[in-house]
Every structure is written in C-alpha cells, then in structure tokens.
Design a protein around this ligand. Structure first.
Ligand SMILES: Cc1cc2nc3c(=O)[nH]c(=O)nc-3n(C[C@H](O)[C@H](O)[C@H](O)COP(=O)(O)O)c2cc1C
Length: 233
C-alpha cells in the first residue's frame, strides 16, 4: 500500500515537472521548433516577412552543394522561404538602400518577377513586398521550349533606363552590364538554394515575346535570365 502511494506521488511529481518544462516562455524558442510556414497568399500585394538570417550553412558547404537541378517536388515554398530567397537574390542589405547583389554604377537595374500559378508579381525590395502584374500563370511562357514543372520561376529583367544618361545612350554597353548584373542575382539564387536545399537552375531560354507582352515591359526593359525554384524531388 505504502509502496503504491509512493509510486503515485512520484509519477504526479514527474508529470508536474514535465508540464513545467513544456511551458517554455514565449520569447524563447525550443531547438526542436519547426520554422513558421505561411502559405503564400494570392493577394494583389503580398507583404514579405523578414529574411531568416539564421540559416546556418557555411559558404564552402553551399558552394560544394551548388548544382543545376531541373526536377522539382510539388510542395510549395512558404511565404517565409520565398521572402528569404528574394532577399538573398537582390534584397536591401544596407541602410543606404544598396543590395545583396552588386550592380554596375549602382544602377540597381535588375527587377525580379515571380511567376507562380496565382500570377506574376514584381519584387519591390525597398518595400519588401510583391506587387501583382497579372493573374495569368506565366510559367509556360517562362519554360518556353523546355519541359519544366516548377512551383515558381524568378525572372530577371533589366531596366536600362536606370543607367546614368551618358551610359544609357550606349545600348550595347548597358546591355552587357545588365547581363553581368543579372548573373550576380542568379548566382545569389543558386547559392541560397544550395544552402536551403532547394532545387534551381539558371536559364537563358524563355518565350521572350510572350513574356514582354504579358509583363507589359517597356522598350528599356530586357529579359535576361530565369531560375525555377522548388523543393528537390
Ligand atoms: C547563362 C546561362 C544560361 C543557361 N541557360 C539554361 C537553359 O536555358 N536551360 C537549362 O536547362 N539550363 C541552362 N543553364 C544551366 C547550364 O546548363 C548548367 O549551369 C551547366 O550544365 C553546368 O551545370 P551545373 O550548373 O550543375 O554546374 C544555363 C546556365 C547559364 C550560366
């Protein structure tokens, strides 16, 4: 009898202790906590979240893992993942508004259009938001002749009118600079994807005529590269 009371008391104490342990103060995160996963809304303006700068992968590891992958799982990126991806690609990383990717004469000429099933969005790095350009699914136009099924494509468009007047008038020169700038953005995407274990591939091929029309691009805007992004298959 005595033994069973002792046993009951011990198990009650144990349960109380376990409950106390489970009540971690809200400002502390348990190491085992899953990261927040919000579905990307299909709104006309999508407010992005703060980039997750705690991703703990060394540069050398990301370089070891970087590779072109052309197969993607169906699972969608979360809003948090898309926000970090875009910030890594070409987000604002300094108070003076400069970006994670360099650009010739700091022209900040590269815009990223995010093409998803819900439509195509322009990334506004300064406002940290996506602005819908069209509700049309432009992924087939970004695929062009190539058969690729991905949840989203990041399309890099240079606006040559952002160069200072003296240079902007030399179209061939600025096109060359813009192509290099897009390469840096695509490079950032490739490295971030390697670190976050997403699949991607830099692509020059796409249906430029269809995209120029659908995205309502000006004469000064040129389509350069695109990166499909998704979970690895
Ligand atoms: C400027 C450029 C354009 C590319 N265009 C395409 C493309 O249109 N389609 C494609 O599947 N891969 C494209 N690629 C990916 C290359 O085929 C790939 O980088 C190459 O095979 C080397 O493989 P790795 O990236 O795994 O090292 C392109 C790469 C670069 C740098």
């Amino acid at each position: 009898m005595k033994k069973s009371i002792m046993k009951t008391a011990a198990s009650t104490l144990c349960a109380v202790a376990m409950t106390a342990c489970a009540q971690v103060p809200s400002n502390q995160t348990e190491a085992t906590d899953e990261k927040a996963r919000t579905e990307i809304p299909a709104d006309s303006i999508i407010k992005l979240t703060e980039p997750d700068k705690t991703l703990d992968v060394s540069l050398m590891q990301a370089l070891s893992d970087r590779k072109s992958q052309r197969e993607f799982a169906e699972k969608q990126l979360s809003l948090e993942e898309l926000s970090s991806l875009l910030w890594a690609a070409n987000g604002v990383n300094r108070e003076d508004g400069r970006r994670t990717a360099p650009s010739a004469v700091n022209s900040q000429d590269i815009d990223i259009y995010v093409c998803m099933a819900s439509g195509a969005y322009l990334y506004d790095a300064k406002q940290s938001q996506l602005e819908r350009i069209t509700t049309e699914d432009l992924r087939p136009a970004v695929c062009g002749q190539q058969q690729l099924v991905a949840p989203m494509f990041l399309v890099m468009v240079a606006d040559l009118s952002r160069y200072p007047e003296g240079i902007a008038s030399q179209r061939q020169v600025v096109e060359g600079l813009a192509k290099m700038d897009a390469g840096y953005v695509s490079g950032n995407i490739g490295l971030y994807c390697a670190a976050a274990q997403f699949a991607t591939v830099p692509r020059a091929s796409m249906d430029k005529e269809a995209l120029t029309k659908a995205l309502n691009l000006k004469d000064s805007q040129i389509l350069i590269l695109n990166n499909p992004v998704g979970y690895m298959k």
